[in-house]
Ligand binder design. Sequence first.
Ligand SMILES: Cc1cc2nc3c(=O)[nH]c(=O)nc-3n(C[C@H](O)[C@H](O)[C@H](O)COP(=O)(O)O)c2cc1C
Length: 223
Amino acid sequence: MKTLLHLNSSPRGNYSVSRKLSSEVVAAWKAKNPEGKVIERDLAKSHLTFIDLDWIMGAFTPPESHSEAHKKALAVSDELVAELLASDVILIGTPMYNFAVSAALKAWIDHIVRSGKTFSYKPNGVEGHAGGRKVIVTVASGGVYAGTPLEAYDHEIPYLRHILGFIGISDVTFIQAGGTGGVAQGKISEAEFGRHGSVRSSTAKKRSYERRRALISAVNAAG
Ligand SMILES: Cc1cc2nc3c(=O)[nH]c(=O)nc-3n(C[C@H](O)[C@H](O)[C@H](O)COP(=O)(O)O)c2cc1C
């Protein structure tokens, strides 16, 4: 039985575009894997702890020397790492905040990038231990970055690609919904955004069509 780990980090509930898209991915994946298991983790609600001194002391010392404080600090991280390593597909729904990932998603990343568990330093460099699984990311942003002069401002997608690669995951597909600002400003209805993208233009229609195609092919490739 396959397992899909579904993370969401937008606090905007039903207004969230990244959530809407990631739930479409879940529905498509479930249709393809009726026996599959979906683990839901809402990072916007779970308020993960940040890395502190006990976490660092515990993560970089052998378990047999851990104090109760080290164990307590690492418990969440241990759970999140185990959840990740038990999954076949990881689906991340995320907004762009200040050109990067949200703090909620970054807190999850800080917990799962664990020396000796998801990566190790070797004489010839870093070895990732989380390979062999696929990641799909649905990203919503107010602006449009892909294929525009603003592309260099996007520090979210290159960062996610890099940090997932660091732990050994190179099979990452991004489904981007740029231009959600138009919905907030009342320039386009939510329904129309869903259908056509950021503005009423042939470019937006093409972008929306490509997003649907990317979503379907990402789910097909995820198996
Ligand atoms: C605090 C904050 C920071 C944001 N920073 C950016 C940004 O740097 N670039 C951008 O294009 N949109 C930015 N936005 C807009 C969001 O990315 C946009 O509303 C997106 O749709 C949020 O994802 P969601 O719909 O899944 O909640 C920001 C929004 C907020 C609330």
